[in-house]
Design a protein around this ligand. Structure first.
Ligand code: APR
Length: 312
């Protein structure tokens, strides 16, 4: 049985830890945070739900990295969430400092973990984690596409008036402005979305998906979305713990796939016990391929801004 660590016991981290624990496929889920008592209190609360919910995975709350030793998978959620009006890029500097410190601490006690990054700005934080950790690139993965695809699927189901289970949705590219929706591979009851909705209607749903996080931030006033984000991170962890090799849209390292090199970008990938086991190359339309290429250039530009930060 496996050990998972979730760094950051805020909204996203604690919900992710809970969901992973409820799958009941790990021996322990360690939650760690800089705030004393927070991960301990939340872990105690979750452990007290195990009898009712009937799962055995044990939560351990700690402020010590020693307790994270020999983790198979680590999910990094530590960082500041966006405030209303704040873009992901505004978060870059402060979260870069947190994520590199966390990565170094994790690596002191776990030799070769898989790290799932969710801290924003996502593409940069995933790249930074890979560079700071020096882990092989397939073992460092960002979560964005599962969430964006799930948001898109929800908006499609509401618009068309069908159950969510009737919808297949896919978004690739970057998390944010250069998210790449893939309408050619989106379906409702097996039918291409483009036969059901007009391109104007699809564009509206795409825009709402791309702004999905900001819409929730502006409603909440403080804090950002965490239910759907936690489901997205937890399902990736589940696939790797169970070595399922299912395909998910994730932020993965590209080495020539889709004609793109040397960048972390949202693409379909198989997740198994070794992390990303394959980048899956779907047949995209020319427009979608171009949008993915444009997203890769935009991410490369943003990653360049990390230059001075990552060596600190
Ligand atoms: N080490 C460990 N934990 C840290 C550190 C650190 N160096 N710095 C901050 N934290 C913790 C905070 O104490 C807090 O408990 O990270 C937690 C963040 O929790 P929230 O403020 O509730 O934020 P959350 O909604 O969970 O979002 C976390 O995910 O979606 C992204 O943009 C979001 O980057 C943000 C991250």
């Amino acid at each position: 049985m496996k050990k998972v660590t979730v760094v950051g016991a805020g909204k996203y981290g604690s919900m992710t830890a809970l969901r992973i624990a409820e799958y009941d496929i790990a021996k322990t889920v360690v939650m760690t945070d800089i705030v004393e008592g927070l991960p301990q209190g939340l872990s105690l609360d979750i452990n007290q739900s195990r009898y009712v919910e009937g799962f055995n995975t044990k939560l351990i709350g700690t402020n010590n990295y020693e307790d994270t030793s020999d983790s198979d998978i680590v999910v990094i959620t530590a960082g500041l969430p966006r405030k209303p009006g704040m873009s992901r890029m505004d978060l870059l500097e402060v979260n870069a400092g947190i994520v590199s410190e966390v990565t170094k601490n994790i690596l002191k006690y776990s030799e070769n973990p898989i790290i799932v990054v969710v801290t924003n700005p996502l593409d940069q934080m995933t790249t930074l984690t890979a560079e700071v950790s020096n882990l092989s690139k397939n073992r460092v993965i960002g979560q964005a596409g599962v969430l964006d695809s799930s948001r898109f699927a929800y908006f499609i189901s509401e618009k068309v008036g069908v159950d969510i289970s009737a919808v297949e949705a896919l978004t690739l590219g970057s998390h944010g402005d250069t998210m790449v929706p893939v309408p050619s591979l989106c379906k409702v009851d097996g039918k291409p979305l483009e036969e059901i909705l007009s391109s104007e209607e699809i564009n509206d749903l795409v825009q709402r998906t791309s702004d999905g996080g900001a819409e929730i931030v502006s409603l909440l006033k403080t804090g950002s979305a965490y239910f759907a984000p936690a489901s997205s991170a937890a399902t990736m962890v589940k696939a790797m713990l169970s070595d399922s090799n299912e395909i998910f849209p994730v932020c993965a390292w590209l080495d020539g796939e889709y004609g793109i090199n040397d960048v972390y970008l949202g693409v379909p990938a198989r997740l198994g016990a070794e992390g990303v086991t394959e980048i899956v190359e779907y047949d995209l339309t020319e427009v979608e391929k171009e949008a993915l290429l444009a997203a890769s250039s935009s991410v490369k530009d943003k990653v360049a801004e990390l230059g001075s930060i990552k060596n600190q």
